[in-house]
Design a protein. Sequence first.
Length: 643
Amino acid sequence: MGIVRLGKMHLRWCKRCNVPILASEKCGNCGTSTVQVDMTPPGDARPAFQHDMELIRRVIDSQFGEGSGKVVVPEGKIVVLSKVPGLDRMDEVIIDGEVIGSLRYDLGKGWTFVCRMSAARKLQRVMRKGMVVADDGAIAPLLNNNNLMAPGVVDAYEGIRKGDEVIVVDKDLMAISTGTARMTTEEMLLRGKGVAVKTRWASEQKIDFPSPTGQTWNDVIKANATTMEEHISEAIRFMKETIAKNKVPAIVSFSGGKDSLACLLLAIDAGLRLPVLFLNTGLEFPETVEYVHMMKEKYDLDLIEEKAPKNAFFGNFDYFGPPGRDFRWCCKTNKLGPTVRAIMEHFPDGVLSFIGQRRYESEQRADKPRVWKNPWTPGQIGASPIQNWTSLHVWLYIFMKRAPYNPWYERGLDRIGCYLCPASNLAEIEMVLANEGPLRDWDSKLREYAKSHGISEGWVDLGLWRWRRVPPSILDELVKIGFSPDDLRQRKVLPAGDSVKKLRLRMEEGFSPCMLGFSIEGAFNRELDIERAANILNMVGKVEKNISEGWCTVCNITVFQEGAIIARGKEQETIKEKVETVRRVVVKAEECVGCGVCVARCKEGALVLVQDRISIDEARCIHCRRCIEPCPAISFGDTTFDF
């Protein structure tokens, strides 16, 4: 995976105090010079909680023998993690100001610890697994980052498999390199031809002097006090100035995650008694909802909780199928819809929303301005006080304030969202499934879907449901570990007896001699609710209709109840564009999911929700077309017609 640079690399280290330092070249505790931590971008460092450290130790134990984990990750040390690009989850592990290795989750295999040389040197005298002994003649090539060839193997511990992470030592059992086994133990000991270990890291023997122990996060807070006060003051100043520039009410958007918690704490520190908006998507962890309500009581918050309709997700699942990273219909039905309704009800003249967005989260957020207008929710201005903070800034602030935080952070998650979010990586899904909760029901739902669509259960086990089009990098990895992508792909064919018949349109076009113009004739694949279609087609233009006869006409295009459509015109491209617009609005009418996005876009007040579906007040509608899109029914449930 390529390097992703999203901003300044903040993490430094005080070797005397043995604590992480944010950006400052001097330790705020002892005053000595700090050193830059040599880590992989984007550098979004965060604290390792007890769960994280225990997981790292277990993985190291499984690879190198019982007790190895505590040698590499001892008690009484500050441990920092930093997420780096990978196929799934991968975190660099930082101790004593140095990256000692990476904790990586591999598809079809699970967790692996990738050792760097500092960890290898700690393990060289205690490891009972995963060791390969190199011949003296192989040492110099290894130190030049060459691979260990089979003739250079003197010995190898039992149980090494192809693909295992191993440590290569000399005859004195001093670590020389680390890398990936390309042979099994038995194949290495044959000393034939080929690569035995592909070298990843190598260095000459050296003595690592012990670093101070016994540090706590209170020591880290003390050492970073000045830097944190500067960041807090700047964020509070930004909030006050942004409120002054925008003459609309201000709120804090609170999701129950750490970043929105930081925004909430900043508002409190600033003396701003702002309402707090919590969008309960119906897909939140139960602990998240409990946590938000607890925070309401603790801080006496003016909480606005907007809930998605009970069936907003599962009521649309049969139509859309599982959501995906490239198919996020759930964000529109369960998040966007409630947002629009909350703003319309509580802030009809607009609102300034302080949001916990940070540049280090993604390339998209790194490119986003600090203040922006939301195109999906007219009237909402978004602003991020912590845009340039790393996770470590956020966590130190939370620790400084001694604020409660979502319990899922101490269970291994580094981001909190919907429990079934397709943006989750497979490692996080595994962590959540290890606990009782609604994700187990979702897992069962996915398996039922796979069975009814003729898909292998590997589609669920490997998390392939998270894409409509699985990325080539994932497909390549599946082939490497022995899976056939064809057996795991999602089928497009609906099962026999499926009650859902998606709306599609088949068209024929051409010159009409009798009309001396261009004509298009076609048909939708099912009968239409013509009264509803006629109502919603007011978005396009003035509608003529005869409901008793089963037809309506707009812009010289006639739509019939049985699904037929007829269009006439003199210019081919113009009439095709009009037909496409009508088709999309018919889809919108038939497949409306009641998200309310279009309702908020109507400045005339012509759109309302009736029984969770849109309806148009024809007397108010001016046919401006602003409300046609964006629309999840069109974006995600739609299939463009074929000529």
